[in-house]
Design a protein around this ligand. Structure first.
Ligand code: GDP
Ligand code: CA
Length: 337
């Protein structure tokens, strides 16, 4: 019986997968998974940034709000029933940047977080405090959300800029994604601080103590890639018996949403479910994975993946609702059992 599952998550893709995984555990529809299985989420923090004096952690919040039933279901980020008065007031003062929207309800989360950080608590403690509202009432001890690190790590993106003497400009990931809408090619992705970061308390143990490590359909570069890039994290730390399974965020050669295509191109990885599977690599070739799920529409890629030493299978990978996503989680568990 699998009783300890660790998931390396970004924001929306990771959060939706977790919703299905937890739903499947509750329903008892995941083969070989204990009904009281513990799920630990290690979330990407390299999207984090400071804005208007507030510390914003988009991926932690997306996981927390999604699983705690506070997410805006249409946007997929931020709070449900949100209002934007603070944003409008800041714009009326001419405060930049105006392109990053913080909703009024959401601001309360960032105020609590920032005050606790200012008081000296590490992000992992602050996250635990925030989860007391969002996750504990529903999941109790069965679910733990951890930031990948307590250290400051930030993804920056180099883009072409004809007006700069070097011909390039480096922007924070949030500026690339929110202001520029990832519409210009990303030439390089640099994760500032990653090489010096240490895993947050509990993170290394969540990998070494897991029966199963899951790479959900999150962005392979700026979500899962940054988590795996923290020295001392990574399924390399898993126990020899633990399995690592991943689900492709690329379906039919395209990302489902977000900017995985741009990010994969920036690191020279083929934009396909096979390209991402080979990028993570099979355990037998020194990579991370024991198994890799691709979408049914990518079934033609399975033989090549198997040739690369990966147990691969094609199943529907669209997270349309928690039942469909629970079936994906069940297929992932089955593939490596
Ligand atoms: P972000 O931090 O909010 O960008 O979220 P993640 O990194 O966790 O997930 C983003 C990835 O999720 C993108 O690359 C999408 O292609 C992928 N994704 C979103 N929805 C789906 C889905 O329904 N199915 C699959 N297979 N991938 C999805
Ligand atoms: Ca993210």
């Amino acid at each position: 019986m699998l009783s300890r599952i660790t998931v390396l998550s970004g924001g929306m893709g990771g959060a939706r997968f977790l919703q299905g995984l937890l739903h499947g555990i509750e329903q008892g529809s995941l083969p070989g998974v204990a009904p009281d299985a513990q799920v630990t989420v290690i979330a990407n923090t390299a999207d984090d940034w400071w804005i208007h004096g507030l510390k914003v952690c988009p991926d932690l919040d997306t996981v927390m709000y999604t699983l705690g039933d506070g997410i805006d279901p249409d946007r997929g980020w931020g709070r449900r029933d949100e209002t934007w008065s603070a944003k409008e007031e800041l714009a009326a003062y001419g405060v930049e940047p105006t392109w990053f929207g913080l909703g009024d309800r959401d601001i309360a989360t960032h105020l609590v977080r920032t005050q606790l950080l200012d008081a000296g608590y590490p992000l992992s403690d602050v996250t635990r405090a925030l989860c007391r509202r969002w996750l504990e009432p529903r999941f109790g001890e069965r679910l733990t959300l951890l930031p990948m690190t307590d250290d400051r790590v930030e993804t920056h993106v180099a883009i072409a800029d004809a007006e700069s003497p070097s011909g390039k400009r480096v922007v924070h990931f949030q500026e690339y994604w929110v202001r520029l809408r990832a519409e210009v090619p990303a030439e390089t992705v640099v994760v500032v601080g990653l090489d010096k970061a240490t895993p947050a308390p509990g993170v290394a143990e969540a990998i070494s103590g897991a029966d199963l490590v899951v790479l959900p359909p999150s962005n392979p570069v700026v979500s899962v890639g940054t988590i795996l890039g923290v020295p001392g994290i990574g399924p390399a730390r898993r126990s020899p018996d633990a399995k690592v399974v991943g689900l492709s965020p690329i379906v039919g050669g395209r990302h489902v949403r977000g900017m995985a295509e741009q990010m994969l191109r920036s690191i020279g990885v083929e934009v396909s479910a096979a390209g991402v599977g080979r990028h993570y690599g099979s355990r037998s070739s020194g990579g991370y994975l024991d198994g890799w799920l691709v979408d049914s529409s990518d079934a033609g890629l399975v033989p090549a993946l198997e040739g690369a030493g990966l147990a691969a299978r094609a199943v529907p990978l669209m997270m349309t609702d928690p039942d469909a996503t629970a079936r994906m989680a069940a297929a992932a568990v089955e593939l490596v059992s």
